[in-house]
Design a protein around this ligand. Structure first.
Ligand SMILES: [Zn+2]
Length: 108
């Protein structure tokens, strides 16, 4: 792709940036940033912040329906039957399973 902006085109071909160059640029930006938030923002704008590698999400093993909610003790079933709570997951009725999921999603 050829650059049409004369100023950018005048720079010519850019040399590949080494890890050392990136580290020096990060330190320079850090010296001028007023706080950590500004540093993060500036590094992101300049493409100098390493993004953490996405961690594989470890999903807990499914817990089969034991017949009773481990939190409230109501009888649980996969299909709703009179007097029986619907099984949600992880050994809990639907209501307690949803509470557990919501609590886990709430930032600490
Ligand atoms: Zn329950």
């Amino acid at each position: 792709m050829s650059e049409t902006n004369p100023i950018v085109a005048g720079v010519g071909e850019l040399a590949p940036v080494s890890d050392e160059d990136i580290a020096r640029a990060q330190l320079t930006v850090a010296r001028h940033a007023r706080d950590a938030g500004e540093l993060r923002e500036l590094l992101d704008m300049l493409g100098l912040r390493e993004q953490p590698a996405p961690q594989p999400v470890s999903k807990p093993a499914p817990i089969p329906n034991t017949g009773r909610c481990r939190d409230c003790g109501v009888p649980t079933a996969h299909k709703r039957a009179p007097g029986i709570a619907r099984y949600g997951g992880r050994g809990r009725c639907q209501m307690h399973y949803m509470r557990l999921i919501r609590a886990e999603r709430t930032p600490q």
